[in-house]
Design a protein around this ligand. Structure first.
Ligand SMILES: [Zn+2]
Length: 311
């Protein structure tokens, strides 16, 4: 079984090359070349597909393919071409949305046409159907077509079997957004974390749709309980991470949460915070802290009561 998998892996990588040639047309109109879709085998039947705007994980099996996340809408065609090259990839039966962000839900429209089951937290469905403004992006989001909304939502956790593989999923409240889920494949020991895990940049706290640093800290801790030292952790963007990487994220968030609450209680304003970032020992690993700090601070204001009040 190794050979067909390897062949399909190579084919999937070649679709990336097709993506580049398609981009020649894009460049003729002045658009930048999109990234190729790059496939990485995670186990016998799990493949990570990068380059569609967010990591996508495909579980292949005799009854077709299960996808976790769908990338950007404008990359959906290239992504699904890469998926079609995988064993059983012409039939996608299930799609998970780890949260509502459009670079994770961009294949919903296409796959909904094929009656694919779309599984997400109930809040993800609500955001996909809503009209709202995200001020830190200065972006107005219009409702997505009803046909593209998740068809099966849940509030806490669930399990399903695809092929011979058990798939376990769970909700981690109010972290990156208010609808984040992880999807865990126990047999392969692969944990798909969406944007609950960040690589090379501070985690995004989308406080406009329910994210905040307290929830992100708790989510990192909860994921540490799912993973062991051998677990392959697939982040929303970037390469596979280890439990040690996740521990580093938890340690940073936990320290920064306490530090920011202290500064908020002392009455430090957002401008002062950005001018004197209290993140120095973390910046080498996590990069520019400005957006993280601004969003963390704004998010904290929404949780003042549970922080014991601020005079
Ligand atoms: Zn996101």
């Amino acid at each position: 079984m190794i050979e067909p998998d390897r062949r399909s892996f190579l084919k999937a990588a070649l679709v990336g090359a097709a993506g580049v040639s398609l981009s020649v047309t894009g460049r003729a109109f002045g658009g930048p070349a999109p990234d190729p879709i790059v496939a990485t085998q995670l186990s016998d039947n799990l493949v990570q597909l990068a380059g569609a705007g967010a990591n996508v994980v495909a579980l292949t099996g005799p009854d077709g393919v299960l996808l976790v996340d769908g990338g950007l809408q404008e990359r959906s065609g290239d992504l699904l071409k890469a998926v079609a090259k995988l064993p059983g990839g012409r039939h996608v039966h299930t799609l998970f949305n780890t949260h509502w962000h459009w670079n994770h839900t961009g294949s919903n429209e296409r796959l909904a046409k094929d009656k694919v089951k779309i599984v997400a937290h109930e809040n993800t469905k609500l955001w996909l159907g809503a009209d709202f403004y995200v001020d830190w992006e200065d972006r107005h989001y219009k409702p997505r077509p009803k046909a593209a909304w998740p068809t099966e939502t849940f509030y806490t956790s669930g399990k399903l079997t695809a092929g011979n593989e058990e798939v376990v999923y769970g909700y981690l409240p109010r972290a990156h957004t208010d609808g984040d889920i992880y999807v865990f494949f126990p047999k392969a020991n692969v944990l798909v974390a969406g944007d609950l895990v960040s690589v090379g940049k501070y985690p995004t706290l989308d406080y406009c749709t329910g994210g905040w640093i307290g929830g992100m800290t708790d989510a990192s801790k909860a994921l540490l309980e799912v993973a062991n030292a051998q677990t392959k952790i697939v982040p929303g963007l970037g390469p596979v991470q280890t439990r040690a990487d996740l521990q580093a994220q938890y340690d940073m968030l936990s320290t920064m949460k306490d530090r920011l609450i202290g500064l908020l209680k002392k009455g430090m304003g957002t401008d002062d915070l950005i001018a004197n970032p209290p993140t120095q020992e973390f910046d080498a690993k996590w990069g520019d802290p400005k957006l993280f700090l601004a969003n963390a601070y704004r998010g904290l204001w929404g949780h003042v009561r549970e922080l014991g009040g601020i005079v």
